[in-house]
Design a binder for this molecule. Structure first.
Ligand code: SF4
Length: 223
């Protein structure tokens, strides 16, 4: 989602001269401070780098953003759990859950960057104690020469066309790109599109909240 607003050209030039350019120049200083944060670090090219594995300032900031620095994180789960489904009381309070999830989401991103940086290091020949490179499952099979296979299968092996080829209706998006607007309007009535899946996001996300009663009620009635 792109945010936009209007301002006078002169105000933009002034902001560029007085705020943007000095800020850019300040980052070039030898002793420029590293200021981690979700917004800036997400675009930073040194989030995960081969040599240093990850930006130390960001790693420290993520690990210090522990939502309960005064106590062991596991104490958030001290209360007895009787039935997790739909019962928050006595389990993890939603406000704690939000703080814990924010922390874990940052750790997740940090872990992905670190994994990427370590992969690059290992792929460059760096020996990493406790880690090694292995090959995953082989990719899907494909024909080395599709035209030759088609000819061989039909002429020499006499395989039916239906065995070798598959006719597939192209998707709405693919057909829309090929036809004029009038033709597309006649086809459009046959198009259906499922709703997007429900996603749990931060409360400051710009998308409007969805009102739901209880999407699990149908499941529970079948128990
Ligand atoms: S990753 Fe490090 S250098 Fe990059 S923006 Fe974050 S704190 Fe600054």
């Amino acid at each position: 989602m792109i945010s936009s607003w209007s301002l006078a050209a002169e105000a933009l030039r002034t902001w560029g001269d007085e705020v943007l350019v000095p800020a850019i120049e300040a980052t070039q200083a030898e002793d420029a401070p590293l200021v981690p944060g979700d917004a800036q670090c997400q675009w930073c090219p040194v989030r995960g780098v081969h040599r240093d594995f990850t930006c130390p300032a960001r790693a420290r900031w993520v690990l210090e953003s522990d939502p309960s620095p005064e106590e062991d994180l596991s104490t958030l789960f001290d209360a007895p759990v009787s039935d997790l489904r739909g019962h928050y009381e006595g389990f993890l309070q939603p406000v704690d859950a939000d703080r814990l999830l924010q922390f874990l989401e940052r750790v997740e991103v940090l872990a992905a960057d670190l994994r990427h940086a370590l992969y690059q290091a290992a792929a460059s020949g760096v020996d990493l104690p406790g880690r090694k490179l292995v090959r995953g499952r082989p990719g899907n099979r494909s024909w080395t020469d599709a035209a030759r296979v088609a000819l061989y299968a039909s002429k020499s092996l006499r395989l039916r066309k239906g065995v070798i080829y598959k006719d597939v209706l192209r998707t709405p998006a693919q057909i829309q790109r090929e036809v004029d607007a009038g033709t597309w309007r006649k086809l459009e009535k046959f198009v259906t599109r499922p709703d997007g899946k429900l996603m749990l996001v931060r409360a400051d996300d710009k998308r409007p909240a969805v009102e739901v009663d209880n999407i699990f009620s149908e499941d529970s009635s079948n128990d």
